[in-house]
Design a protein around this ligand. Structure first.
Ligand code: NDP
Length: 327
C-alpha cells in the first residue's frame, strides 16, 4: 500500500494527511514511478496550506517534483528500471504528484536522471534548483558574463535563491544576496555571496530609476522588490524573474526599459520544453558543488513535509527541503 500526502477540501480549509492508498486508487498513467525522493517547494507548501490557486482538482496528492525508478511503462522509450526525474507539467496541481511513494506520468515529461546525480541529490536541487538554473541560462542567453559586474539574487536564503547564488558564484559571477534574515549572512557567504543587503532596501515602493548597480538580477520575489531591482539595473542589464514570494504585482514604470535598455526576462519551469529541461538538469549535474548542496539542503519525511509547509510560506525555511517519501 503506497503512502502519500492526500489533500481534501473541507469548506474553505484543506485537510492534509499522510495516508496509505491502494494501487487502484491512483489514476492510470502511461508510466508509473516508484518515487524515492520528492521535495517541498513554495508551490507545494501553498497546495498543502491553502489549496488554491495551486490545486486544480480534489482530492490531490501534492508534490511538483520527484525522482525515482520506472516501475511500469506502456511507452517504448521508457523501460522499467530507468532512473528519472519528474517535475512540472501540472504534476501536484492538476494531476497527482510526487509527495507519495508512487506517481504517474506521461513518458514525454520524464528527464533521464543525469549520471552524476542520484534521486536524493536531484531532489536536493528539485524544481527550485532547476528554476535557478533556468534563470542562469536566461542571463547567459542574454549575454551576461562574469566580468560584467554585480549580480543581485533576491529571496536569497530560500530554495531558488540559495541554488542561484551557488551556481552564479561557481561560474565566477560577483553575487550580492538580498535577504530578510541577516542571521543567514554566514550561510549566504559560504554559498558564494560576496555581499549581503537587507531586503527592506528593495521591498518598499521606490523611484522609477535608481542609481545603476546590477549587471543582472535573479528575482524570486516579485512586487516592489522586482520593480526596484529593475530600477537599479545598469544600462543594458538583464533581470530574470521567476517568483512572487512578496507578491504577484509589479508596481513600476517603463523607465528602466526605455531609458536603460534593461531586459526583463520571464522564467517558467512548468511548461519548459523537454530540450530546455534536459539541458538545465545536465548543467546542474555538471556544476553543482556537492558540499554546498549538503549545506543548503535538509531532509524530512512525508509527515515532516506537512509540518514544515506553513513555515516555508512564512519564509522561515532555509534552502531546500528534501522529502524522503519512504521515511
Ligand atoms: P522559498 O520559500 O524557499 O524562498 C522564498 C524566499 O523569498 C524566502 O526564503 C525569503 O528569503 C523571501 N521572501 C519570503 N517572503 C518575502 C516577502 N514577503 N518579501 C520579500 N521576500 C520574501 O521559495 P522558493 O525559493 O522555492 O520559491 C521562490 C519563488 O519562486 C516562489 O514565489 C515560487 O512560487 C517561485 N518559483 C517559480 C517557478 C517558476 O516556474 N517560475 C519555479 C519555482 C519557484 P529571505 O529570507 O532570504 O529574504
Amino acid at each position: 500500500m503506497p503512502k502519500a500526502i492526500v489533500l481534501e477540501k473541507s469548506g474553505d480549509k484543506v485537510d492534509a494527511a499522510v495516508r496509505e492508498l491502494a494501487a487502484a486508487d491512483f489514476p492510470e498513467a502511461e508510466v508509473r514511478l516508484r518515487v524515492e525522493y520528492s521535495s517541498l517547494n513554495y508551490k507545494d507548501a501553498l497546495a498543502i496550506v491553502r489549496g488554491e490557486p495551486v490545486v486544480r482538482q480534489w482530492p490531490m496528492v501534492p508534490g511538483i517534483d520527484g525522482a525515482g525508478i520506472v516501475e511500469s511503462s506502456t511507452h517504448a522509450q521508457v523501460k522499467p528500471g530507468d532512473r528519472v526525474i519528474l517535475n512540472g507539467w501540472g504534476v501536484g496541481e492538476r494531476r497527482w504528484g510526487c509527495l507519495a511513494q508512487s506517481a504517474g506520468a506521461m513518458a514525454d515529461w520524464l528527464v533521464p536522471l543525469p549520471e552524476q546525480l542520484d534521486s536524493r541529490s536531484a531532489m536536493a536541487l528539485g524544481t527550485a534548483g532547476y528554476t535557478a538554473m533556468l534563470c542562469v541560462l536566461k542571463l547567459e542567453r542574454h549575454g551576461v558574463k562574469p566580468g560584467d559586474g554585480e549580480v543581485l539574487v533576491t529571496g536569497a536564503a530560500g530554495g531558488v535563491g540559495s541554488v542561484a547564488i551557488s551556481l552564479l558564484a561557481g561560474r565566477g559571477y560577483t553575487v550580492v544576496a538580498s535577504t530578510g534574515r541577516q542571521a543567514e549572512a554566514p550561510y549566504l557567504k559560504r554559498l558564494g555571496a560576496s555581499d549581503i543587503i537587507d531586503r527592506k532596501t528593495l521591498s518598499e515602493r521606490g523611484k522609477p530609476l535608481e542609481r545603476e548597480r546590477w549587471a543582472a538580477v535573479v528575482d524570486s520575489v516579485g512586487s516592489h522588490t522586482l520593480a526596484n531591482a529593475c530600477a537599479s539595473t545598469r544600462y543594458g542589464g538583464v533581470v530574470a524573474a521567476c517568483g512572487l514570494a512578496q507578491g504577484m504585482d509589479l508596481p513600476m514604470t517603463v523607465a528602466p526599459f526605455i531609458l536603460r535598455g534593461v531586459t526583463l526576462a520571464g522564467v517558467d519551469s512548468v511548461m519548459a520544453p523537454p530540450a530546455v529541461r534536459k539541458e538545465a538538469w545536465q548543467r546542474l549535474a555538471d556544476e553543482t558543488d556537492r558540499d554546498l548542496l549538503a549545506l543548503l539542503s535538509h531532509e524530512v519525511g512525508l509527515q515532516g513535509a506537512l509540518e514544515l509547509a506553513p513555515r516555508l510560506l512564512a519564509g522561515e525555511v532555509r534552502g531546500r527541503t528534501i522529502v524522503n517519501v519512504n521515511a
